[in-house]
Design a protein around this ligand. Structure first.
Ligand code: FE
Length: 200
């Protein structure tokens, strides 16, 4: 990693830290300030996040972690942040977010838990996931599988997609409403996606 990349990365990590602490946005470039906006971008009455098929590779009891990148793992690093919200834009604290995805070669780890993990939204209903952009496999565009469950309520199973993928239009499951918004930084991507649950 170049020194300039390290500096940018430090700055972004600091910005995320600042965001998490709920203080100011000093020092963040415009695009990132927008990307990492502390306010959910939702409107009362927004449609809930679409449900999608679970697919064949879900495994229960994934480790609790926000960091899925392991030493030596190849692929494009991405940090996806966002909120879990009700239809009236209320943040949902303590919501379970369980993620599973393929590696950069399009392969799922079905014997272990590589690129699988769960976490719970914080007191402000936020989550933060550090992973790689998944690879493509037969018949599918790039996607991350997610289950979101507010405390004691029904599970939302869905999938997230990525912008600018030629395969999006060829994948019958792809929905633009499930696309992560991304901003490029040096060497990695910042992504944003808010889940809207069918709760008041
Ligand atoms: Fe899949």
């Amino acid at each position: 990693m170049l020194a300039s990349e390290r500096a940018t990365r430090r700055k972004i990590l600091k910005a995320i830290g600042t965001l998490a602490a709920g203080i100011s946005f000093d020092g963040i470039e415009g695009a990132f300030a927008q990307q990492l906006d502390s306010m959910p971008a939702c409107h009362a009455g927004d449609a809930p996040t679409l449900r999608q098929t679970e697919g064949p590779f879900f495994k229960p009891r994934s480790p609790e972690r926000i960091e899925l990148i392991e030493p030596g793992m190849s692929g494009q690093p991405i940090e996806i942040t966002g909120f879990v919200l009700t239809r009236s834009c209320k943040p949902v604290p303590g919501a379970l977010i369980d993620v599973w995805q393929s590696d950069a070669a399009g392969i799922y780890d079905n014997s272990g838990f590589r690129l699988r993990g769960h976490q719970f939204t914080d007191a402000e209903g936020r989550y933060r996931l550090r992973t790689i952009v998944p690879g493509v496999y037969e018949g599918r565009t790039r996607h991350i599988h997610v289950k979101v469950q507010p405390p004691g309520r029904r599970i939302l199973t869905t999938q997230l997609y990525f912008p600018g993928e030629a395969n999006n239009q060829r994948d019958g499951l792809f929905r633009k409403e499930l696309m992560v918004r991304t901003v490029k930084a040096s060497g990695w991507l910042a992504g944003r996606f808010d889940f809207v649950l069918d709760l008041r």
